[in-house]
Design a protein around this ligand. Structure first.
Ligand SMILES: *Cc1c(COP(=O)(O)O)cnc(C)c1O
Length: 328
């Protein structure tokens, strides 16, 4: 099968910086960070590189309405609301409950202020029916959870190529290990595929944030295989799924995560409890273990200040949505 070249409409500015975290490096092991918190100016983080491929796909199909799904405080839903709205789409999301944290509440309020139309359900079991309802009509385009279709993940195949170019240009040494949070799989899958294509020997350690981890691992490997196929490449992947930092489960803060957040704050990195705190904890442990020279932590959380947007949202969030929080 011959694929038309993928359309990409850049929303962010690239390459994102790589920086050495001197304060957290050890004599034998350096800790570096890839600043994908600064992909975009309206909203950054890892969903931007996916939306750069998904929004043109929606437009090509003639869609005017994006329909997605996520936890009630999801970064993906927020990113889709902000960038989809910016590109002229109506944005709807089926929302499932998650533990209530300050950060997650702020995400929801920012999304509603950006024009998100919420369709709350009581549990994951209610998602398929609610999605089918919203997807009726030729004007709708389905953006999968986390933006992790193969097209979305291809944004991270290109991100790995961007990193390889930075390594070749001498901006940083070739990482022995790349650590990244693992949610819907597109980021880790695209990175592993892209690094393999570039011939880097970097291992991707993907830190699972939900269970069952076997399902997450299967999905991630499937995505990575399809990224390689779409790039017409046959390579073996260096991808490990790390299950040791999940704690109580999706959206629940963990002790190691909170400790990692406090350490990250000392070097100016703000982390979230669901994803990046758990991934950064794993990166710090790799530095402590000292068995490799270069650890690269891929920072996936937007650092754009949304306080103005949050302030614009109704102080009491939409009643139907407000009932969706679990006690943290
Ligand atoms: C979505 C998200 C991830 C996980 O990326 P996937 O491609 O869904 O695996 C990691 N970190 C943050 C901050 C995210 O919002």
């Amino acid at each position: 099968m011959v694929h038309a070249p993928a359309r990409i409409a850049l929303l962010g500015t690239y390459p994102t910086l790589v920086e050495r975290l001197d304060g957290l490096s050890r004599p034998g092991t350096a800790l570096w960070v890839k600043r994908d918190d600064r992909t975009g100016t309206l909203y950054g983080g890892n969903k931007v590189r996916k939306l750069e491929r998904l929004l043109p796909e929606a437009r090509t199909r003639g869609a005017t309405r994006l329909v997605t799904v996520g936890a009630v405080g999801s970064h993906h839903v927020l990113a889709t609301a902000i960038w989809g709205g910016h590109q002229g789409f109506a944005v709807e999301a089926v929302l499932v409950p998650q533990p209530a944290t300050e950060h997650a509440r702020a995400n929801l309020r920012a999304g509603l202020a950006a024009g998100l139309r919420p369709f709350p359900v009581r549990s994951v079991a209610g998602v398929p029916f609610a999605l089918l309802e919203r997807l009726r009509g030729g004007d709708a385009f389905h953006v999968p959870a986390g933006g992790s279709s193969v097209s979305g993940a291809m944004g991270y195949l290109d991100a790995a190529r961007e990193l390889a170019a930075q390594v070749r240009a001498g901006e940083m040494p070739e990482p022995d290990v790349l650590v990244v949070a693992l949610g819907s799989g597109g980021t880790a899958a695209g990175l592993a595929a892209g690094l393999a294509i570039e011939g880097l020997r970097t291992r991707v350690v993907a830190v699972a944030v939900w269970a069952p981890v076997w399902a997450l691992a299967a999905r991630t490997r499937w995505l990575a295989g399809n990224c390689l196929a779409r790039a017409a490449a046959r390579r073996s992947l260096r991808l490990e799924i790390e299950r040791g930092y999940l704690g109580r489960g999706y959206g629940y803060p963990s002790l190691e995560g909170e400790r990692a957040s406090a350490i990250a704050a000392r070097v100016g990195l703000a982390l979230d409890a669901t994803y990046t705190a758990k991934a950064f904890a794993a990166a710090l442990d790799l530095v402590d273990a000292g068995s490799v020279r270069t650890v690269l932590y891929w920072h996936t959380l937007s650092s754009v200040d949304l306080s103005a947007l949050v302030a614009k949202s109704p102080a009491t969030v939409d009643g139907r949505v407000a009932r969706l929080w679990l006690s943290a």
